[in-house]
Design a protein around this ligand. Structure first.
Ligand code: C2O
Ligand code: CU
Length: 512
């Protein structure tokens, strides 16, 4: 009865709005317009989203630890990170020895503004060598955190100072770049948000969410890093417990109509996320590297490992009810969808307060120029999985153009050059392709134009990306961000020369 009424009111409301504000509609994304109806049908004059606050303690359960800025200069963010093992309980009474930054899972969130300098004093108190890679940032090559290519591994007890500028606004993250499938899987990841002070207020209050999963047994012990053997490598090792900001099914409090801006990072070693909230759509603002050219209404958010999404969530559930944000299986090859149940990830509790009218979200968000590809050199990068069998053994070798990382020769480019990479996937599995240090554009007119550093290449498909090498020479890496695939060889390196006399140096491809 109630439900019927709601739907009637909704469509009537949409009609009125449409006829009255034709021009407004063209320039805004009214995913939340339906909610307004509920309000208007009721009693006292409704408030708008900007007139009210989020419910008290709305995101307490999801709060990330923030890194402490020890530098009084407002344009320098200087923090300390220590990688160390900390006991965290996922199984009652049976703590898991999680690999953390500063003892928290996820590691501390680092927040900066565009143009800030970032200094990170890193100390390794783990039993193994590690490093920190700043995923998605356009920084100087020496700060990229890739042992063997840009620095030595940071040995147990060792230290390293990372120092770079936050050149671009966006949602970024950090993680180790050595034995990374295992180390990321054990908990080493954190977020970095670079704010653009010009972002409109209508995007709503910000919530940073790091999605991940963890593989433990009933005793709280990590499953061995090579669980499942060759098949584990092939499929990628998904954990058995879903984590949202390090927690199992935490709760978020929302108010009907009061918008929130979510910045979501997929920090899982292998798992893709398709996230969905029944009866809701989201207005996507962008992803990896700041705002996209236009906003876009979507029914679900899909994130490969390493990828980010930036979107506005407009709660529209009935006050006083709760339901779950769900993880939905994503088609990424054999066994990824069939017979796999959806899982509840995050409880959305709609507080018992009068709904408010959501703010329209602009459609045009940012001027992005298309990369000029005239005359660009085009190269093929075939992501390959091959089985090498002898009479007694069978070995799966992953690579790029049939060559695993440790036997690869660097691709070559020069500062100022633009290239087109044709990323080919003839395998039965999807691969999230990631390039370090530079943003790229996907050459596909059906997509909203945006800057990317990680993109899905579905099974049996190919995708062309354009990349312009700005003035940051050095040895950069690219790889599949299913970290089990990367460790099995699906990585490569790229020499960006300062000029034509600048030849690739010797690097150590056995450290990875
Ligand atoms: Cu998050 Cu080499 O990557
Ligand atoms: Cu892959």
């Amino acid at each position: 009865m109630h439900q019927m009424y709601f739907f009637k009111a909704t469509s009537a409301m949409r009609m009125t709005r449409r006829s009255r504000h034709l021009t407004l509609l063209k320039h805004t994304n009214l995913a939340g317009a339906a909610l307004a109806a509920v309000v208007l049908v009721g009693c006292s004059p409704p408030q708008t989203a900007l007139e009210v606050e989020q419910p008290e303690g709305w995101a307490d359960d999801l709060a990330l630890v923030e890194a402490t800025d020890i530098n009084p200069d407002p344009s320098i963010v200087e923090v300390e990170l220590e990688a160390r093992i900390t006991d965290i309980e996922f199984v009652e009474g049976k703590p898991t020895p999680v690999w953390t930054y500063n003892g928290s899972l996820p590691g501390p969130m680092i927040r900066a503004k565009v143009g800030d300098k970032i200094i990170v004093h890193f100390k390794n108190s783990l039993p193994d060598a590690t490093s920190i890679h700043w995923h998605g940032l356009r920084l100087q090559n020496a700060m990229d955190g890739v042992p063997g290519l840009t620095q030595d591994p940071v040995e147990p007890g060792g230290e390293f100072v990372y120092e770079f500028d936050a050149n671009d606004a966006g949602t970024f993250w950090y993680h180790p770049h050595i034995n990374s499938a295992a180390q990321v899987g054990w908990g080493l990841y954190g977020s970095m948000i670079v704010e653009d002070p010009n972002d409109p207020e209508v995007f709503g209050d910000e919530l940073v969410i790091q999605l991940s999963d963890i593989s433990i047994d009933e005793e709280g012990r990590f499953l061995p890093e090579d669980t499942g053997g060759e098949f584990g490598n092939l499929f990628g090792r998904e954990g058995n417990i879903l984590l949202v900001n390090g927690k199992v099914r935490p709760q978020l409090k929302v108010r009907n109509g009061k918008q929130q801006r979510w910045r979501v990072i997929n920090a899982a070693r292998a798992r893709y996320y398709t996230i969905r909230l029944p009866d809701h759509t989201f207005v996507k603002l962008g992803g990896d590297n700041g705002l996209a050219a236009q906003s876009q209404e979507v029914s679900r958010i899909i994130l490969t490992p390493g990828e980010r999404a930036d979107f506005v969530f407009t709660p529209s559930d009935e006050p006083g009810t709760s339901q779950f944000m769900q993880w939905i299986p994503t088609e990424r090859g054999f066994g990824s969808v069939f017979n796999r149940p959806r899982e509840n990830m995050l409880e959305i509790l709609t507080v018992d307060e009068a709904p408010v009218i959501p703010e329209p979200i602009p459609v045009e968000l940012r001027e992005i120029e298309r990369i000029d590809i005239a005359g660009a050199k085009e190269i093929d990068l075939d992501l390959t999985i091959e089985t090498h069998s002898t009479a007694r053994t069978k070995e799966i070798v992953m690579g790029v153009n049939s060559v695993p990382y440790w036997r690869s020769k660097p691709l070559e480019a020069q500062v100022g050059e633009t290239q087109i990479w044709n990323v080919i996937n003839n395998t039965a599995f999807a691969h999230p392709f990631h390039l370090h240090g530079f943003f790229f554009q996907v050459l596909d007119d059906t997509r909203v134009l945006e800057w990317k550093d990680t993109v899905d290449v579905p099974a049996e498909s190919n995708l062309r990306i354009a990349v312009h090498f700005d003035n940051r020479p050095g040895m950069w890496m690219f790889h599949c961000h299913i970290l089990d695939h990367a460790d099995a060889g699906m990585m490569g390196h790229l020499w960006v020369a300062a000029d034509e006399h600048d030849h690739p140096p010797e690097v150590d491809l056995h450290i990875h």
